[in-house]
Design a protein around this ligand. Structure first.
Ligand SMILES: [Cu+2]
Length: 199
């Protein structure tokens, strides 16, 4: 007679394999991603997508520029003392081309809106375009030309970096890295400037 061997364990053991269908979401460094995205726009190819993130000790160096002869540098975004207020960004642009150029717009990744302003006689006014002659620099610095940064992403924190893109009249663009800084000793130039109510 056939004896069915009695297995020690008769209770049904679920053998279903836990298949978590949660996709393994790869979250690239947002700044890197945006940087790359900007480069795609600026260069037409993401040539540096494999490059590791720049070392933090590395000083801000001019990025490859899309518009020959134009070099941006010294970019920094100073965060407001109080979240929700506008920040201010500074940079230097060198026009090494043989032509006049006009900065028509500024974009900063992580910033909802960026406006070029000029401070004249203690008050500031929006600037539509900033001309730069061949061979000359234009410097955005406290007390003069500056970029007001509205609606700043809280992800932008002191010590971090972002990407700033200048758009020139005619549509050419130039991107450069900018350092994120806390408001500090270098900011006296903005003291007393009230950006509220005017925007
Ligand atoms: Cu301003």
């Amino acid at each position: 007679m056939a004896q069915v061997p009695q297995r020690g364990i008769s209770r049904a053991v679920p053998t279903r394999v836990e298949r978590k269908d949660s996709p393994s979401v790869y979250r690239p460094n947002t700044a890197q991603f945006l940087l790359c995205a900007s480069l795609v726009l600026a260069l037409g190819a993401c040539q540096q997508s494999e490059a590791p993130a720049p070392a933090e000790s590395e000083t801000v160096a001019p990025m490859p520029d899309a518009k020959p002869g134009l070099v941006g540098g010294d970019g920094r975004l100073v965060l407001p003392a109080v979240e929700g207020r506008p920040g201010v960004a500074y940079f230097v642009l060198h026009n090494g081309s043989a032509r006049n150029v006009d900065i028509a717009a500024v974009h900063i990744d992580g910033v909802g809106r960026a406006e070029m302003h000029n401070t004249i006689g203690g008050s500031m006014k929006p600037v539509d375009a900033v001309p730069v002659e061949p061979g000359k620099d234009v410097t955005f610095a406290p007390g003069s030309l500056h970029v007001m940064a509205f609606d700043i992403d809280p992800a932008l924190v002191p010590g971090g970096a972002a990407e700033m893109t200048l758009t020139f009249t005619g549509g050419d663009k130039l991107s450069m890295p900018i350092k994120i800084e806390a408001i500090g000793s270098g900011m006296q130039g903005m003291a007393g400037m009230d950006h509220e109510g005017s925007h």
